[in-house]
Each structure stands twice: as structure tokens, then as C-alpha cells.
Design a protein around this ligand. Structure first.
Ligand SMILES: [Zn+2]
Length: 109
């Protein structure tokens, strides 16, 4: 697996610090325009849950874990762990490996 660190594009409010993933260009908190930037793809598993029932294209992958990752810069995303990764553990360091069909995939960092 590649050791290159994948970064993500986030938008942030320079007035109040609100962060989001595009497309989203106005801060819902103070209505300032958001600024796009590259941010680190490293974070920590904040929470996770195991999915036992899923529709359509995900059914063949059952059961699988959906993780909530808190990036080092504070934004949280729901995501998946790459195949072959250890069971998720809260507090474990992870690194974004790819984004596919709006799904964030992580591997151990
Ligand atoms: Zn704001």
C-alpha cells in the first residue's frame, strides 16, 4: 500500500473557524465566505459502529465498520477502513487513503 499521505480539501471560515468539506461555501454559523485549502489527511478514530445490514452495493461487504474520524484539524467525517486493516479502536491514529464515491477510506497511520 502507498505510503504517500493523502490530504483532503476542506473549506474553512476565517472569522469563526467553522470547517466543512466542499461543496459548501458559506459559513452556516456567521455567513462569511469559506476559503478552500488543503488539509492533513491524518486523524483519530473518534467512534465507530459495525454495520450488519446494508443495501445494494454494500451488501456483499457485510459486516463492516463505519468509523467516525476526527481529523487533526478538528473536522469529523464518517468513513470506512480499508480492507485488511485491524478492527477499529477508539483513539487509533488513521490516515486518509482515498475518497471514492463520496466515501472516505482510511488506513492505519
Ligand atoms: Zn464563520
Amino acid at each position: 500500500m502507498s505510503t504517500t499521505n493523502t490530504s483532503i480539501t476542506v473549506v474553512g471560515c476565517e472569522s469563526c473557524g467553522y470547517q466543512a468539506i466542499p461543496p459548501k461555501y458559506t459559513c452556516p454559523s456567521c455567513y462569511s465566505a469559506l476559503t478552500e485549502r488543503e488539509a492533513s489527511g491524518t486523524g483519530t478514530i473518534y467512534s465507530y459502529t459495525t454495520i450488519h445490514v446494508a443495501p445494494g452495493k454494500f451488501a456483499s461487504q457485510l459486516p463492516y465498520a463505519v468509523i467516525l474520524v476526527e481529523f487533526d484539524h478538528g473536522l469529523r467525517v464518517t468513513a470506512r477502513l480499508e480492507e485488511g486493516e485491524d478492527e477499529p479502536q477508539i483513539g487509533r491514529k488513521v490516515q486518509l487513503s482515498r475518497v471514492e464515491d463520496s466515501v472516505y477510506w482510511f488506513r492505519g497511520a
